[in-house]
Every structure is written in C-alpha cells, then in structure tokens.
Design a binder for this molecule. Structure first.
Ligand SMILES: [Fe+2]
Ligand SMILES: [Fe+2]
Length: 286
C-alpha cells in the first residue's frame, strides 16, 4: 500500500482512477527445494538395514540403538486404545521431527564457517544439508497442523532439542564422518518407523487416516494431488527419510576430493539397495 501511494504521488504514469490496492511480490521462493514424487512410485521404498562393518558403522549403529532406547516400541503403541495410541504416536512423531531438523542446519553452519576459514567452496554440500533441515521442518509442521502438543510435550521437545544440538555439534566438530554415520542410521530408523505407520494405516489400526485430508502445508510443499489423505502424507515423508538416509551414509563414506552431485547420490542409493532405487520416481526440484 505504501509503495502504491508513493508511486501515485510521484509518478504521473500511475492512473489516478484506480481503487487502492496492494501488490505483494514474493521475491524469494518459500522453500529452497522439494522432492516431487509420483505417489505410485514410492509405495515400495526400501526399508534398508545397513549391517555395520567398520568401527564408524558400529559407532553410528550403537548410538542410534541407545538414542531410541527410552522410546516406546511402535508395536506397543499400536496395541493401545485408539485415542491413546494416536496421542502417543503424534507425540513421538512431533518429538522426533523436532530433533530431525537439527543435524542438517548444524552441519551446514559448520561448513559455511569452514568455507570462510579454509577458502574452499562447500556450496553443494551446504545446500543439500539446508534442504534436508528445511524438509524436516516441513515434516514437523505437517504434524503440528493436526496435533496440538501438551505443555509437557513442548518442554520435553525443548530439553531434547538442546541436548541433541549440543551432542550433534560436538560430534560434528570431532568427526564429520561419524556424525553423518549416526544420522544415516537414524534415518534408517525413521524409514522403518514410517513403514510401520503405513502398515498400521493399511490394517485396521489406523485405517481412518485414509479419510483424513492431507494438511494444507503438505499439499502445498509436496504438490499432492486433489483428495490426498494422511496416508499419502506418510508416504512422501517416508520417501524423504529414505533420501536423508542415502545422503548421510553417502556423506559419511565420501572420500576426500569427491563432490556431492545429486545424480551420483541417486546412483549410490540404487547400488546400496541391490539395483533398486530407494525412492524411484523422485525428481529433485530446485
Ligand atoms: Fe523427518
Ligand atoms: Fe530425516
């Protein structure tokens, strides 16, 4: 409005008989990047379990086992009465997703400062990590748009968040390879959990989620088709987690001097999963 008024007073080219109006120009895209999926193609995302071989693998694997130890097994959650089960499930998803956006942002932060110090451009890797952090943030806000956490849940998320941020920052500072390995295994766990949620939706347990419409934020971010439901949302989130899994294992296994081209990452994902792409049909959009 301010801009229009200014134009009117200073420019004789703006017609005087126009009603007041505001032009809102979104100069920057809302999201840095998104993965566009064909829903049929991501039905069979592979629930990969990487067997630890090296010391680093064991470190990552055991760290994740310790990390998930305090949380209730999903099998137990699904055996609870419906209301209690949904509350427990959302609490878990919101808590995990509020932590999941941390590693990408911390790692990108470190690499940015490293670029400045070492005068070496890590742009590709930084952008991949920022995309991952943003992607996790969308997962979180998708769940928050349908579930209101209690005060206890919020405090819990706060505490876990700070602890996790300190832990991951120290780990990344000590060893980038170890940090990415831990995240690679955490993402395997995420794919596994969402696969269980999908099985619950396809069985009696959560079948009503097929009738719950996809939240606005999810429809917008993943460009979901008309009539998309919560099953489709879980499907695309699981596909995202599969990408994170491949990305982080890839960064951990990266040799010095190798780039991080997305095509190479996709190929790597395919070879890790015995010739099948972990997320076939996915297109990366900038
Ligand atoms: Fe996530
Ligand atoms: Fe993830």
């Amino acid at each position: 409005m301010q801009l229009v008024k200014t134009l009117r007073s200073f420019s004789r080219y703006v017609p005087k008989d126009l009603p007041p109006y505001t032009i809102v120009t979104d100069l920057r895209p809302k999201y840095t990047a998104r993965a566009a999926y064909n829903l049929k193609d991501i039905e069979n995302v592979l629930d990969v379990k990487t067997k630890p071989k090296t010391f680093l693998d064991y470190f990552g694997y055991l760290s994740v086992r310790l990390f998930v130890l305090p949380f209730e097994d999903l099998k137990k959650t699904f055996s609870r009465p419906r209301e209690e089960m949904e509350r427990n499930l959302f609490r878990r998803l919101v808590l995990f997703e509020s932590l999941a956006g941390t590693p990408g942002m911390v790692a990108a932060n470190f690499l940015h400062f490293r670029s400045m110090r070492k005068q070496f451009n890590y742009s590709e890797r930084i952008n991949t990590l920022l995309e991952e952090a943003e992607n996790e943030k969308v997962h979180l806000f998708t769940f928050l748009s349908i579930y209101e956490p209690s005060l206890k849940n919020r405090i819990e998320a706060h505490v876990y968040h700070y602890l996790y941020r300190i832990y991951f920052s120290c780990l990344y500072r000590l060893s980038q390879k170890a940090a990415h390995k831990v995240i690679g295994y955490i993402e395997e766990e995420a794919v596994h959990s969402y696969t269980k949620v999908l099985h619950a939706i396809d069985s009696e347990v959560l079948t009503h989620w097929k009738k719950v419409p996809a939240p606005q934020i999810a429809r917008e971010y993943w460009k979901l088709p008309e009539g998309a439901n919560m099953r489709d949302v879980i499907l695309v989130i699981r596909a995202d987690e599969a990408f994170h899994r491949e990305t982080n294992h890839y960064f951990s296994d990266l040799k010095k001097g190798e780039g991080n081209q997305f095509e190479k990452l996709a190929k790597l994902g395919a070879s890790r999963a015995d010739g099948e792409s972990p997320v076939s049909g996915a297109k990366h959009q900038a």
